[in-house]
Design a binder for this molecule. Sequence first.
Ligand SMILES: Nc1ncnc2c1ncn2[C@@H]1O[C@H](COP(=O)(O)OP(=O)(O)O)[C@@H](O)[C@H]1O
Ligand SMILES: [Mg+2]
Length: 254
Amino acid sequence: MKKVRKSRTLSSKWLKTKILLRSKEVRAFVPETKLLNSTNLFTMLNKHRMVYVKPVRGTSGQGVIRVERTGGGTFTYKVDKVKRRFVTYNAMFQSLSKSKLHRAYLIQKGIQLLTYQRRIFDIRVMVQKNMKNEWEVTGYIGRVAHPKKIVTNYHNSGKPISLELLIGAYLSPMNTQAYINKLKILGLRIAEQFQRQHPGFKEIGVDIGVDTKFKPWIIEVNTAPDPFIFNQLKNKNMYRKALRLARNHGRFRR
Ligand SMILES: Nc1ncnc2c1ncn2[C@@H]1O[C@H](COP(=O)(O)OP(=O)(O)O)[C@@H](O)[C@H]1O
Ligand SMILES: [Mg+2]
């Protein structure tokens, strides 16, 4: 008999957003998301002023674009370190269309991320099935962007830093712990929701952005999350645990 292997990964950010929106508990943390077309982008810019345009199947921050409508009525977009300005929406969209080739893109409400030394940062929360087959948060870490970039990814010049340090720059030690606990619970809720929709999933890595009002937003859920980022922390406990469970789930086997 042929063994059916339940899928363990999902690359489409669009499908993953839909999974999140099906959960009442998680929905409130999902930034508004639409597929890219000219009308949707115009509407989203009027509503949110700043949005992110991303490949539906991107990784490592590649091809991620930040689009803005300025107070003066001009439109800008920024890819990598280069920002371009346009006097009309149509001129901007035309230029954008040329650079985005033939891939599918989505538009997401832009989060005004917290900063550390004037660089934006976001958070990776690692949630894995443990040896008892229960979901467990095995790691969390902050990722600080390169000063000129709009993405925080490690493979895009982002710098991993302990979350205690980053949140601790804003909150007292007690409130920092409480806030991190809140993020861990959110990570668990997301894992449970993914499990309900895709029983084969064993690990997820959630990218969480915290805005200037301290509200956490789910930027992305990764279904093949990188445990090696935790090796950047001085304390190796998270790294050891995350890697051990990832190996246990059959990843990184030689
Ligand atoms: N809606 C958003 N608001 C603010 N920053 C964002 C947003 N979407 C993406 N980013 C930034 O871009 C990075 C890469 O986007 P992400 O959706 O995680 O795609 P990738 O698969 O390339 O990692 C994020 O880690 C974050 O730093
Ligand atoms: Mg990401």
